[in-house]
Ligand binder design. Sequence first.
Ligand code: GLY
Length: 366
Amino acid sequence: MTEKTRREFLKTGALVGLGAAAGDLIPEKAWASGRSERESRARSGAGRPTVVASQNGLAAVERAMDLLLAGEDTLEAVVSGVNIVEADPEDMSVGYGGLPNAEGVVQLDSSAMHGPTRGAGAVGALEGFKHPSRVALAVMRYTDHVFLVGAGARQFALEMGFKEENLLTEKARARWIKWRATLSEQDDYLTPEQSHEGVWDLGLEDSWDGARRYGTINCCAVNGAGDISGVTTTSGLSFKVPGRVGDSPIIGAGLYVDDDVGAAGSTGRGEAVIKSCGSMLVVELMRGGMSPKDASLEALRRIVHFTVEKRLLNDDGRPNFNVNFYAVNKSGDHGGAAIWSGRQYSVADADGVRHEDSAYLFERRG
Ligand code: GLY
């Protein structure tokens, strides 16, 4: 959909003919059987269709909005949006090309929530499938459970017909080998300096700073009828302990949707979000009347208050990590906030597809 067409629709409420092809990223055609009912609800709604996502989600919010405007279900829209990022090897925090765990294995986490049906599905430490969000969706649709992990999640994905593939790109493998070699001088893995070879010969980019990252994409949407859904998907903390599961697949932590109120999701240090039930807290604060931005800031204050471990504090006694929340309410108001300044979030609404600055608690120096 062109920007002009999108704006016309969002301002007039008119449904225009769209070729919003989701292609093979929407394999679940059976799920679309209730589409005409959803389309008429979307048309009749007086709300404001809005999609929010993390900073890396610009393409995701654009696709999700195109699908919303074509009458697609909110969850199908956001999952199709994040599928773009899951398939992108250049985003090394999500899906294919994600950085592996400490043993060089890519383990993915994802959760999905569908507001109108109060549905939820999640997978943790899933190996070998580039769209864990689709597997999470299948858990929601085709089981009586919410959360499958590890070998069981893999078996379920195979049974459901998802294609197993190697997710470790050469770029990600090179970074893992360098990380492993620089970890300790007491082990047997050598850096080029230690082996007198001089340079890395792994195709490593010079620009890589060697830092571990949390990454992740979250995407939440409300349509014109006020239906709300969300999804979060990630390869998690790079070089993590095998089996480590972050906040992303945990309902209430990395994602929460309440169709009466709104939706929220997170990126950043998952351990901090899990301990504060972060996304549920944001939604509960919105239920109490806070705006998405203020609710996100308040949840971040809770995380700061809970952070007492010396190893997690800087010299000023503030967290030495970042957490970001993204939130949208039933009316289409949206907000994003981070502990530290300098972050942005992605939005698609009547004003177009864009990045907006996230609110923050602390100004990052230097
Ligand atoms: N927030 C992503 C993670 O901690 O895995």
